[in-house]
Every structure is written in C-alpha cells, then in structure tokens.
Design a protein around this ligand. Sequence first.
Ligand SMILES: *Cc1c(COP(=O)(O)O)cnc(C)c1O
Length: 335
Amino acid sequence: GSPTQWSLAEALTEMEPGAAGTMLYPSGVAAISCSLLAVLNPGDEILLTDSSYDPSRSFADAFLKRMGITARYYDPMIGADITGLFGPKTKAVLMESPGSLTFEIQDVPAICKAARAASIVTLLDNTWATSRFFPALEHGVDIAITAATKYIVGHSDVMMGAVTTHSSYWTRLRRTAQQLGQVVSPDDAYLAGRGLRTLDVRLRQHEASALKVAHWLKGRPEVGRVFHPALPDCPGHEIWKRDFKGSSGLFSFELSDGDDKSRAAFIDALSLFGIGYSWGGFESLALPVDPGKFRSATEWIDKGPLVRLNIGLEDPEDLIADLAKGFEHYHSAQP
Ligand SMILES: *Cc1c(COP(=O)(O)O)cnc(C)c1O
C-alpha cells in the first residue's frame, strides 16, 4: 500500500457509517470471490440470490464446490422467510439488490435480521446503488461489496473492487486479501479517487436521465414491463421507496412482440449506445440479456426479449431520439 491507496480506502470507509475498513481489489469479481473466501470453510453452505450476477453464480457453483462448499439459491423476494432455508451448515448469504438483469429489490434489512439471529454472515453486492444511495452497513449488512469499475471509477478506464465491513469481519477480510495477494496499483487508486470526487453529481445525472428514458419507454407501444426499481413494474419497488436514497442509470425492459432477430435489429440501429457487458461509465450502452438461463430457484417468464440499458451522461433527449430510431428498425425486422 501507499498513501494513494489508503486515502481511497479511507474515503470509501467514511461513506459507510459503522464500517471499520475497506479492502481494494483489482476487479469487482475479485472483491466478490475474496470476500466469500474470507468467510467460508469446507463443509459450509452459502445461500445466493437467484438474481445474482452471473460470475458470482459461477464462482459458487464451480470454485466453491471444489472446496467442498455447497451453494443454494433463493427467491430474491423471499424477505424474512429466508429463515426457512437456513440449515446447520448455512454460514453466509450473498444478496444483490437490485438483481442483475432483472432488478428485483430485496428486503435486505429483513434478510440481515434473520441471518444475524442465526449467526450467519450477510454480504451484499451493492454495485448498482453504491453506499451513496444505499448505505449497506446501516441496513444490517456485514460485508458490502462494490464493483468500483462502475460508478466509483465512473469513466470506464480502470477496473477495481472494494469491500467495506465492520469490526467483526475486518481482520479476516484483510488477512485473506493479503494472503491471496490482492493489490491495486497507485495509478488505478488515483483515478478511482478522482472518480469518487464526482460520484454524487454523476449519480444524480444518471438517475435523472435514466428516469426520463425509462418513463418514455414505458409509454411506447413496443415495450412491455420496464424493470427499473423506481417504477412500479419492478418487483420490490415498494422496498426501494422505503430503503434507497436514489436510483442509478442501469435498468432493463421487455420488447413485447419481439424475437431475437428484431431485438438485434433494434440494438444494431442505435448509434449513441455502445454494446457492452460492463457499465456505470459516461457512455450509454445497450445489451441483449436472457435472464432465464441463469435461474434455478425461481422461473423467469419472458413475455418478450429483454434489453438492458446503461444510461450514461449524454443528453437524455438525444438518447430518446436514438431509441426511437431503434424502434423503426425493430418494426422492419419483426416476425
Ligand atoms: C460488473 C459487476 C461486477 C464485477 O465487476 P468487475 O469489476 O467487472 O469485475 C460485480 N457485480 C455486479 C453487480 C456487476 O455489475
């Protein structure tokens, strides 16, 4: 470490009231896998939300399984009923709210309360909201994980992960990161620290622009459900209103009468939206997503193909005009 990494870690710790410290990792995926390795032992069981980020699922199903750790999945809308899934081997719950691709908002405080009563550690992938819109530790989470690659860095030029926790898990988290040789370079830490200085204004702009685009999409005849936590179509919308201080720039929507071909025509016609798996930067992105492939505890009923949008910092009116052009191409390609 050096003062550059420490100052970034300290700033992230200060943003999570109740935190003892923050560890930095070279990617969000590294932050997730290293926090799980810090709290799990062979023979343990972990519960993960069925709406998990796909690489989290694959780490649990492949790597953790080899270590003799079993993974079970739960319905993201389970709330306090998660108690019914706890067994003698259950040691951790990995939440993500909103869920990747489908954006269900979970009752994080209820899940954490149930887990704490059973001495089970709770981890939350808080990448979408960041501590700015959802201070995780205040809501009962033990270990808050952020892919800083997204909103903290904010300019799509550095990959980084950050994990913030309170005193009970801090030593274990820190030791595991050191044992696994997890470090970030001072140059990357410098850029992430600079990104952090504008996090608040960027998030507020992402929020306003994404809401504008989401409401416009909701009024389009081609669009079915819009999965944006601030809109009532989104499962858990009421919980979002209760717990969150804002909404960010990533959401998805359904093309009601489309198929894979017309969805591709829609996305290919966009000129301001790139195609990208990562997100959270200044640049808008569109991605075809098929959440049904990554479910095991719940069924995802597609009423039409889904598109995930990252709303960047462009003028939202320009983005809307671009999407309107996309719909023209969508109609010509429709079955
Ligand atoms: C992108 C992402 C990650 C992983 O971040 P990387 O820095 O790309 O490894 C983790 N969780 C969620 C929800 C993400 O969207």
